[in-house]
Design a protein around this ligand. Structure first.
Ligand code: NAD
Length: 358
């Protein structure tokens, strides 16, 4: 057999594979199919959790018709516990039998918080690239700490990806959110629970972001590029849901929980530095990324971020040097191919705070 010399070799480790049920509906304009999807689940009294900044709330109200019991539009990032409790009480008082969420990870997260206690099924309509719609992970925040956990009950039963809902996503959300999806990809590539499918999904998702994100700097309403990012979010979220997270996510969860920094923006700043840290791991993932991130993927990510106008400076997000020890201490011990201690993480965050290249 002859092989093409430019195709990098691939290491195949032993693996377990288990498929999880989820129905995904993908394509421009498909938000209008929400009623048929609700009917598949036998829903009669739906609670619509809709981020008012995302388009599509009124279209969902119309499409759901008499299935709609109530519309909830109070959403907050990192799901404050008191907000989750009020939303749960309202759902119970109204006797709802299912949830439709519209928005980014914050709207999906609120639906998950309700489902965690009630077991209500979720139809998720994501409008960012956070990927929460494909995982069993939930998170809630109280008293400066973010509590996360996993539970099958919070995994949405159906996900509708309609790229038209993302045409107006502002650049300051688009870029960081795409980096959030890329962070899921690296978590999947490095995870001890990875398998060849999660790695293939992650590589294809990274390729799709690298192909789509720069096009949106030129034309934010390029529907093909928007579809490319949602496709990447779908693949990245699927990989994340199977392979789980590690150090990169732990750092960002701590930056979010302790300092209330915006989740996706922290991924964009931190990811190149964690990729650089893991470059010494020496597996084949870097070679597989070379066609679209270059021979130094950490540098490739950092340059992609800057080319797309993203901040690469943790200080600009609101972090200060005195915040770093507590974040590093909390993140130490997280899953990572290269073992790291708190001083190493603090030094990594220090470089991000000084806007140094990875
Ligand atoms: P987000 O949901 O807070 O949205 C970011 C901003 O974009 C908000 O201001 C929102 O109103 C606005 N927005 C959303 N869609 C829009 C649209 N189409 N047009 C215009 N504006 C729009 O942020 P996010 O980054 O999507 O999600 C972050 C949250 O999700 C964090 O709390 C994070 O921890 C969580 N998360 C959870 C998982 C999981 O698996 N559980 C995975 C990823 C992220």
């Amino acid at each position: 057999m002859t092989t093409h010399s430019s195709v990098p070799p691939m290491r195949l480790d032993p693996f377990d594979y288990e498929a999880r049920p989820v129905r995904v509906v993908f394509g421009p304009g498909r938000i209008t199919e929400v009623a048929a999807e609700a009917d598949r689940l036998g829903l009669h009294r739906v609670m619509l959790i809709a981020d008012s900044r995302a388009p599509g709330g009124d279209a969902l109200v119309t499409a759901l018709g008499e299935r709609l019991a109530l519309r909830w539009d109070e959403i907050a990032q990192h799901v404050p516990i008191d907000l989750a409790e009020r939303a749960r009480k309202t759902a119970a008082a109204d006797g709802v039998d299912g949830l439709v969420s519209l928005g980014g990870g914050s709207a999906t997260g609120l639906a998950k918080a309700i489902a965690l206690d009630t077991g209500l099924p979720i139809v998720a309509v994501p409008t960012t690239y956070a990927g929460s719609e494909l995982t069993t992970v939930y998170g809630m925040t109280g008293k400066q700490r973010k509590r996360t956990g996993t539970d099958e009950r919070v995994r949405p039963a159906i996900v509708i990806y309609d790229p038209e809902l993302t045409l107006g996503l502002p650049p300051e959300v688009t870029g960081p959110s795409a980096f959030n999806a890329m962070a899921h990809c690296f978590a999947a590539l490095w995870s001890p629970k990875r398998d060849p499918l999660t790695s293939a999904l992650a590589i294809e998702a990274l390729r799709s972001v690298a192909a789509s994100l720069p096009a949106l700097v030129e034309d934010p309403a390029d529907v093909q590029a928007r579809a490319g990012l949602q496709y990447a979010a779908f693949l990245a979220g699927t990989a994340l849901g199977r392979a789980g997270t590690g150090l990169q996510h732990k750092i960002c969860h701590e930056l979010g929980g302790q300092l209330n920094l915006p989740h996706a923006d922290t991924h964009a700043v931190v990811l190149p530095h964690v990729v650089a840290l893991n470059a010494t791991d020496g597996p084949d993932w870097a070679a597989r990324l070379e066609p679209f991130l270059g021979s130094d993927p950490a540098r490739g990510l950092w340059e992609l971020a800057r080319r797309c106008g993203l901040s690469t400076d943790l200080a600009r997000l609101g972090a200060r040097r005195e915040h770093l020890p507590a974040v590093a201490e909390a993140a130490a011990g997280a899953v990572n191919p290269v073992p790291v201690d708190a001083p190493t993480i603090e030094a990594l965050l220090g470089r991000a705070l000084g806007d140094e290249p990875p």
